[in-house]
Design a binder for this molecule. Sequence first.
Ligand SMILES: Cc1ncc(COP(=O)(O)O)c(C=O)c1O
Length: 356
Amino acid sequence: MIDEYGVHSAGSSALAGNTKYSLRLEETISAHLGVQHTLLYPTGWAAGYGVIKGLVRPGDHVVMDGLAHACLQEGANSATGNVHLHGHLNVDSVRRHLRRIREKEPRAAILVVTESLFSMDSDTPDLKALQELSHEYGATLLVDVAHDLGAMGPTGTGFIGEQGMLGKIDLVMGSFSKTFASNGGFVACNSVAVKQYLKFYGCSATFSNALSPVQAATVTKAFEIVRSDKGQRLRATLMERIEQLRGALTAEGLQFMGDPSPIVPVRVGDEALARLVSRRLPALEVIANLVEYPAVAKGDARLRVQMMPTHTAEHVHTLAARLRKAIDAAQIEHVRHRAAVSEVAPAGAAVTAAVA
Ligand SMILES: Cc1ncc(COP(=O)(O)O)c(C=O)c1O
């Protein structure tokens, strides 16, 4: 393949950037999601940003989950001043926004934006309810499937498949950077006009070099695995490990959030404490992302653990024990630190020192 095409796409998909590998990948994704058309993007970020910026006009409205990914928020805010954040997963809140917009602007275009698995809280909206509600108010629904596609749901179709919504969501966008082991992203839909419009007028596809043939072939192979018996086994093992980890965390007296998914957010709370915990993890040979404000609410910092089917039951129990150890040690350090700071500094300075 490299002999045939080299290692670079050398053009956007609107120009000479497509190869038979990228076209095959587009077909693979369309078939996987039960839709007619797919457009590839060089990254998932470019897909999320580009689909909104490409389709939404300044006079249009975007109604978006308050926890939607930065690429979706940036796309919305650069497309229009009319961005309405709705309560997380809250269908009634979406309805209230749609009703209010429609009362004032019966003909405005409205895009409702959500994710099928939110990575900060590991939870999922009712996609059927959101799609029906969007259509009731003449709006279009966009769902970001970055976190669950491939890793969850029947044949790896994620929560769209799990909720019986394959082929029924207006616009689906995703990233290859989780299950699919590559840079890249996509937008899938049933409208050839939307696909072509985004390809030629959606900034982040039109003016950016396409996925390389190597990346396109890698992702196609990953889809092959996702859809195979091996993929089924990998997902079953993954879910087993996720449940084991949640059990092991409970046994250690640690609190995790959300529904079972490859993301297990372990709640720490206080930002200063969470940073002290995070600092101890490399020495314990644990990799977990520290997530704190503004990605999540103030005082609700957490460690985001990401599970893979290659983790063993032993890994899981060792991880829970090491997290316990890190949190216990950090709590002692945190208390000492605060006591030391309050002895030597005025109250205002204590806050700064504790979070430094
Ligand atoms: C929900 C979600 N959407 C989009 C993206 C962007 O994807 P990429 O990393 O491929 O640019 C990410 C992060 O990686 C994400 O978590």
